[in-house]
Design a protein around this ligand. Sequence first.
Ligand code: C2E
Ligand code: MG
Ligand code: MG
Length: 737
Amino acid sequence: MDYPAEYFKAIEYIRSKVDQMLTLIGTLPLRPEELDDTTLIDLDPIGIVTESFGQVLAHLSDTNQQLDMAKREIRAIFDSMDAAVVVLNDDGSIDDCNRQAREWLFHNRDYADLIDQPLAAVCVCSDDVQSRMAAGQLDECEFEFDGRHLQVVASDIHDAQNNQVKKVFICFDITRQKNIESSLQLYAKVFANTADGIAITSSKARFLEVNDAFCRITGYSAEELLGNTPRLLESGRHDAEFFAAIQRSLDQCGHWQGEILDRAKDGRIIPLLQAVSAVRDAQGAISHYITIVTDITSLKETQTRLDFLAHHDPLTELPNRLLFTARLEHAIERAARDHDIFGLLFIDLDRFKTINDSLGHQFGDRLLIAVATRLRSLVRRADTIARLGGDEFVVLLERLHIPGEATTLANKIVQAMRQPFLLHDTELHIGCSIGITLYPEDGGDAVTLLKNADAAMYRVKDSGRDGYRKFSPDLSEAADEKLTLENALRLAVRNNGLTLHYQPIIDLQQQRIIAVEALARWPHAERGTVPPDQFIPLAEETKLILPLGEWVAGEAITQFTRWRTQGIAPDYISINASGMQLFHPGFADTLFELLREHQLEGRHLQVELTENVLMRDINSCRHVLDRLRDHGIRIAIDDFGTGYSSLAYLKQLPIDVLKIDRSFVRDIPGDANDCAIAEAIIGMAQNLGMDTVAEGVETTEQEHFLTHIGCSKVQGYYYAKPLTATDFATFHRRFSG
Ligand code: C2E
Ligand code: MG
Ligand code: MG
């Protein structure tokens, strides 16, 4: 008899499903023997035919029941699987699928809607996957669908004739596994590439893992570290309590963070910022420690540098005033306690300002560095040398055995500073003035000791510089006196308390007074007439030179016009101006205004400036001088030869006259050297198209020599001292008459 077609179909269907389940998942509760027992699987249809029909039918119905049962069982298992299963016919249409497949792949569409539909039509995913679906090539692949990472295992179903009739796809959700994998990869990357050193140690503090940065920072290779303990890195800079505190913190709160000094493999001490965290297992016991270290060497260096800069002079790297005062105060405390004495030297360089002004600040800076070096070589290491600013240095001499040690050192320094400094092939002669105080005799506190040393130093300056002097109480009066003098000068400038004296400038060839120089005087009630050498520097220091200079110009021009109306008419009047005036914005305009007021042409006025002023800032200088020259005002260089003028430099400025300094005139014609200098200056001036005036001519011999070498314009006591306005008028009449 013929068996119904469904019979074979059912057998084949179940058989294939069971096979698939068993081979692919391996977890089905059915065993092949159970199916064997139904005698269906190995049943030979031909054998059955020979049985009686009734038997066969009964058998069949029995078998069908069992088949139904097995089908339901399988369906239940099928739908409860944690994998999406899709059975495809060989034309690519869906033959069957489980609940999970509907949820994961088909957006929970009804089962009925899916069956017989082409898979590619109902599962909308990436083109790539879709084309593989269509081609039935999804075997052993992974793809992402709807945020799920799926792994597909495929296998073929064969019919009894071993023809492939269907394909089963089973998709497992491996999203979680993938996520863990990728975060692990990320952790590994971070671990390997971070700039911070990371070490994982066991609960027994043995290195289990270290990253590259940890090796780089410590200088050890991973092989050298692994298995070792962090003791390998101990610097010996921390005591047992330090490490005990770390351990306590780890035990109590599972964490420690702080700065630590470790020792690198090459012996170098490395400052580290370190964070240690304890990792606990499920039972709460510490399983690992994770240590993260940041190398803060450069941070520390910057900090040290900043600290240094705050307390040192950046140029000479000597302690600055701040640090010096601290050390001085400390020395006072110590000496007071130990009934000890110490000394303080206040050093001020001589002629530094001249060099700085004429040769430039860069030169000045180099000179200061050289001075600092020389000073360092003279004092004991225990003594402090500091630069208080400008060209002021101080030395603190602690633990003096005898007070005389301070003066001995001062003498040594003075001698040493007399030796020339060689900078850029230029020999510079400076020298210094030193004031000395001793604790406790010259002061009990830092301020007094410094102030009195400064006063002693000033006394050295006043008496010709280049020396040292120990403070004595009368010197502090001198300092007070300076203050009194300053106040008196202020009053004198304000209240018209100054006068001018006038010295003629004579042209020997023309035998006439060609000009007159105005020189300031300060008649003082108690001191008599104070000479300008004493009050001009003070006026410059206090900026009083600005109103003072303005007054001089006004007074000189007024006097000059007054003389002219009296028929006393030299060609021009010459006034002296200091640098502060020249660089003051209103300088030229004030002069123009005065000339206009007195209806005087510019050629009747000459301004005398010293070399150093001119060397200070060529551009600003030229700007002002060009304006003066445009107005016809004459420009003279005063005291020529005493500065460090460069000729090329002077050539750029509109200069009419060089006034040869008195110091070169004094010893001619006796001193061959001075004669040569005077002659050279005159020759040079002629070359540059400038006129010359010799200052300080006191003898006939000087006059003869000067005329002989081509300088016929002279000024000096030989002809006339600076005179009052009235005396000048008399002198002029007599000379001309
Ligand atoms: P200076 O401009 O070189 O003036 C010449 C100085 O030499 C004057 O000194 C004058 O009295 C002195 N002298 C002139 N002939 C002889 C001589 O034959 N033998 C000697 N031994 N000395 C002579 P004084 O008046 O004491 O002035 C000194 C300096 O003070 C001036 O030098 C000038 O640089 C400055 N000065 C004077 N008045 C003023 C002023 O109004 N403003 C500014 N900024 N400086 C002034
Ligand atoms: Mg002068
Ligand atoms: Mg002069």
